[in-house]
Design a protein. Sequence first.
Length: 530
Amino acid sequence: MFIAFGNPLLNYIFHGLHRQIFVPNRFSIFFIFLLITIIYDLIMNRSEELKKKPVIFFYIWELIIGVLFILSAKKFLSFPTIISLVFIVLYAVLLTVYKFKKDKKGISKIIALTFVLELLITAFNFTRYTIYSTHINRELDSYTNASIMCERNNVKADHARTEYLSAEANNSMILNTESISFFSSSINQENLDMMAYFGADVPLITNNVHYKLTNPISDIFLNVKYNLTNKYMKQSDTYSYMKEIDNINNLSLYENPYNVGFGFLIRNDSELINMNNDLSNGKTYNSYVELQNDFSNKLVGEDLYELIEFETDPEKIQNDPHVSYVMSDYSNYEEGNPNAYVTTVIAIGDELKGEFYLDFGILTHLASKDSDKQEPIYIKFKADQYDSYAGCSFYLAKLNEDTLQKIHDKLSDSVLYNIYDEDDDINATIDASGDGLIYVSLPYKDAFTVKVDGKEVKTQSLFKGIGIPVTAGTHQICISYRIAGLDISIWVSIAFLLFFIGFTICTTIYKKRKQNKSDEDTSENISDIN
């Protein structure tokens, strides 16, 4: 198993000559079951003497595989490759011993135990090391150093989230951090809705979200506190306002100074409560910039963004460096062609400086500009990406960092602290400055149960997160998570287990009675003969 699925070369073959992210990956269990069955049959139905042709074929196959592994080691050198070579040699040695040893039982047991050992190593290492052995092995040292920085800065404290700004989306599993980015087939709609609420790029149906740099309000409500950057990677720059707190070689860890925390109070006298109700009742905005400016005005009375108008006069676009504009090149676009693309250029006028965000159906960070030159930024949309954003207008917005500071200060008035986990519970304390709802940066869903000062309370959706009602004063909060349908699943499992035990007992009794009756009939027949 490990040889077949732990190395990218054979892994590719056994997934039907597809990349592992495609459909055959879902059916690996059937390949594995088939191979285990074959091995089982070979062990249970082995003959004492091996025929010459199968032995020769085995050695030729071992030689071919060994050579392929050695040749591919330059590109795919990894822990699975090394382990695979070890097992190839080990099986060849065991077969040779089996061929010439008179006592076959002992060596047969060793071969079976070796196979079990291979399965155990596969189970222990497959998830982590097959990731390293394919597209991430080139970043092995980076991940090691990133893990060191994350651990010594305790980035998981208070359920803070860390985004590694790299080409891969599933970094948190390797770094042992919490993250918005993920690759998971078990994600549900509540999680996706929460991530997309303030403009993150989240498809309607997906099992893969790559958060990257989005926008400051989204970061606050999703508790994104840290960014990891790699100067050797493209598009690995963070916001200019982030504070570097650690670095190793090409990696840097940045902290968000505007992070509010895992949960914070929104008072009943705040207009944000009404805004949440309006959004829940279907109110819409023309853009995420408009939505977040409304949010900012209701909270601190100021716009968070300054909208930059795009110039449409071709002559000014051509000759005036002060203007900002957007232009798209459709020469390489063909509807239905998966290899087609559209190149869009966003130019920021020479007099503008600061943090700039682009709104085109999502609200994402575009650039940090501190130069006195007009800066064109090129975005290459693949055909499917362009089609998904079709009909969305482009908006260019400049962040007002002073307003962001005011938003941070306002939301930081009453926050959750003394946060700790206990089994499936998250416990915390809050000093509420007034009556209101505690926003918690977890998706609102029925699986969560919340107690305030030991008494269960009814929660509600608050900006797609969990809204916990509290009165003014100090409160102890306990958030429990229980998987939907878990109780039913446990009882169904117990019922089938009892049925299996009962069936086994009844079958055993029936066989014994049948055998006893057969013995009695045999005895009677013998007596009759006598």
